[in-house]
Design a protein around this ligand. Structure first.
Ligand code: URA
Ligand code: URA
Length: 190
């Protein structure tokens, strides 16, 4: 029943139906501008994010900042959340039931933020949140339609920054994908 992101964050902090919370150090709610027209959705907090309580602050996050800057988007201007708000032990992949539970919170976040465009950073966001099974290599760069509880917006998937640390040559695709996002935002107007 949250009417604002602050209320939603309070509710999530008070919620004890998530086992991942028991092993995590911090709940990682989100970062950036909650009024942004573009929302980036990653997979889950890693060790650095868990320690600090902010998404995308470790090596992958620093790369994300550079990618955003290079494409004219500032971290402070976009919304950044993860599918899972708590770190899975040892960074294992989210279990389907964990992802399902977290989806309800993510859907509510989306409803409150009302972004014009969503960017899914990697296969976890596309699989668990957008419900698309196609692998990220084939899926990236194509527009999908996200519909969650009455909120509809175009969504684009791209490689997650952590994968770019391992395969830097793929940065060119992410760069291209973010230009596509910029074009879409221009088409949609203000
Ligand atoms: N900004 C926030 O403060 N919270 C979110 O969930 C997303 C962006
Ligand atoms: N990878 C993610 O998907 N999210 C983070 O917050 C950090 C790394």
């Amino acid at each position: 029943a949250a009417r604002s992101l602050a209320e939603l964050e309070d509710a999530l902090r008070a919620f004890d139906g998530c086992a991942l919370k028991q092993t995590a150090s911090n709940l990682v709610f989100g970062d950036g501008n909650p009024q942004s027209r573009v929302m980036f959705v990653g997979e889950a907090p890693g060790a650095d994010e868990d320690r600090i309580g902010v998404p995308f602050v470790g090596a992958a996050g620093q790369l994300l900042d550079r990618i955003l800057a290079a494409s004219g988007l500032k971290r402070e201007e976009v919304g950044i959340v993860n599918c899972l708000r708590c770190r899975p032990p040892g960074n294992r992949k989210p279990e389907p039931d964990e992802a399902r539970n977290c989806n309800e919170w993510l859907t509510k976040t989306l409803e409150l933020m009302k972004p014009k465009v969503l960017v899914a950073l990697g296969g976890s966001a596309t699989k668990h949140f957008l419900g698309v099974e196609t692998g990220i290599t084939r899926l990236r760069g194509r527009w999908l339609e996200l519909e969650a509880d009455g909120h509809r917006c175009p969504a684009l998937a791209t490689f997650p920054p952590a994968a770019l640390l391992r395969m830097p040559l793929n940065k060119r695709y992410v760069w291209r994908d973010l230009l596509t996002v910029q074009e879409k935002l221009e088409q949609l107007g203000t």
